[in-house]
Design a protein around this ligand. Structure first.
Ligand SMILES: Cc1ncc(COP(=O)(O)O)c(C=O)c1O
Length: 461
């Protein structure tokens, strides 16, 4: 026996409609072939809309960016008719690029389902498939984080992880986090994120003890420093640390990469002191050689909780049995839109089944191409570019010795010249970072973007 839905989704009219939409997308996106300036006829209206939008949202947008609604892979058309390379992808979200026909088709399947949203009381079978996919992939090398709680933002995925950890260790008030970490901006996460401006005026919610992050140029020293800092905090507040949040590659701080031995040393202290190990993979998910950064660093056996977001479209908290919440602790009206859930299934399946992961995968190939190009520019312009830094799909560079104002000016000029990037970190070590649309991007795109980076640097003193 088949359900009514089965017949509906297989209906030849639906199949034909999907095909027609795919064909139309492909036909129109073909017209987007490269970076292009704004159409003067659209400019005034565009600027007026941006101005009004800025006023109504309570502050201007970072970039003068309003998408038109179509793009072609790494290229995006803006509503003023200009075309730019999107190498920041909504801070790491549009992994399959702009107007990807498979993602659009997946969204159509979600859009024609019975409800706009799925929630904890009502989930369709796609949610069960998504949870199974996330769980299976997370546990494939022996991790025990097999339980999955879906949610709508990275910050919420982190909040949920904190709640589960605090409940398990009821009574323990404190948390460990890395200096300069970014964990989100809810009232809870604003006190974990290590940036004073992001919690200015907010009441204290979580007591966090910060430990220094890994330093590649002082491998042994930085391990000792971190362990020593943890022990000092634990001596000051005995039995008070419930968990540690590990951002294994610091994204918002400028793609600073951790190290297995470093994490192992920290985790050992955690295990000896009943401190739960929580990995924040909101930004790192699908950007290293493995789907999860904890897999890349081979820490599968040590991980208690993991959060994911961005590339996954639907965010989630994955946790082991020891961290199962008691009834009442967790629930939400929304887990995600039906379109989001089907798109998430498509994107994660593509990454897992395609040739993206591994030492020879596309993530690494893109990284090497980008890195190689930037190194050449750095050699040509030693005072203007340093680095590059990062790993996999996360690439960052320093311009003009990391001066914050100049770094910001560079990102604006690069935007004008046709590339979306973003600022990261802060004085005196500001960086420019890129989160590539790995599935869509071509080597030619990377070369073109690097040529525009060089042009922009040559235009600045
Ligand atoms: C490591 C990390 N954690 C959490 C978050 C918060 O995610 P969201 O903006 O979806 O709430 C981010 C967002 O940049 C992040 O990079």
């Amino acid at each position: 026996m088949k359900t009514v839905a089965h017949g509906f989704y297989q209906d030849p009219r639906i199949q034909e409609a999907k095909k027609l939409i795919r064909d139309a997308v492909k036909e129109h996106q073909k017209k987007i072939t490269g970076v292009k300036p704004a159409d003067p006829a659209l400019k005034d209206e565009y600027l007026a809309t941006l101005k009004k939008f800025g006023e109504q949202r309570g502050g201007p947008l970072f970039y003068q960016y309003l998408g038109s609604g179509i793009g072609n892979g790494a290229l995006v058309e803006l509503a003023d008719g200009s075309v730019k390379y999107d190498f920041i992808t909504g801070i790491g979200v549009h992994y399959m690029g702009h107007s990807n026909a498979d993602v659009i088709e997946a969204q159509i399947e979600g859009a024609i389902s019975n409800t706009v949203m799925n929630g904890h009381l009502q989930q369709n079978s796609d949610s069960a498939r998504l949870v199974d996919l996330m769980s299976t992939q997370a546990c494939k090398y022996g991790a025990t984080v097999k339980n999955v709680f879906l949610t709508t933002s990275g910050a919420m995925a982190n909040e949920n992880a904190f709640k589960m950890i605090y409940q398990k260790r009821a009574g323990a008030q404190r948390f460990f986090a890395f200096e300069k970490c970014f964990s989100g901006r809810t009232l809870g996460m604003a006190w974990v994120t290590d940036k004073a401006a992001y919690r200015q005026g907010l009441p204290k919610t979580i007591d966090v003890d910060y430990i220094p992050f890994y330093c590649e140029s002082d491998h042994k020293g930085s391990i000792e420093l971190a362990v020593k800092a943890m022990k000092k905090h634990m001596t000051r507040f005995p039995g008070q640390h419930a968990g540690i949040i590990l951002e294994m590659i610091q994204g918002e701080n400028g793609s600073w990469v951790g190290n297995t031995e470093f994490f192992e040393a920290i985790i050992q202290v955690c295990k000896e002191n009943n401190v739960s190990v929580f990995v924040d993979e909101v930004q790192t998910f699908a950007r290293t050689h493995e789907l999860f950064a904890f897999q890349h660093f081979k820490l599968d056996k040590h991980v208690d909780i993991v959060s994911i977001g961005k590339n996954s479209q639907v965010c989630a908290t994955l946790f082991n049995d020891e961290h199962k919440p008691k009834p009442g602790l967790m629930s939400q009206t929304f887990t995600g839109a039906s379109t989001q859930i089907s798109a998430s299934l498509k994107i994660i399946s593509e990454v897992v089944n395609g040739k993206y992961l591994g030492k020879e995968g596309k993530i690494e190939q893109c990284h090497q191409r980008f890195k190689g190009n930037l190194e050449k520019i750095a050699a040509k312009m030693p005072g203007k570019l340093k680095g590059p830094w990062g790993i996999g799909a996360m690439v960052a560079m320093t311009v003009f010795e990391g001066n914050e104002e100049k770094t910001k000016a560079f990102t604006f000029k690069l935007f004008e010249n046709g590339v979306l990037s973003f600022m990261a970190g802060g004085a005196p070590l500001a960086r420019v970072r890129f989160l590539m649309p790995i599935v869509a991007v071509t080597m030619e795109d990377i070369d073109n973007v690097c040529a525009l980076i060089e042009k922009t640097l040559s235009e600045m003193e």
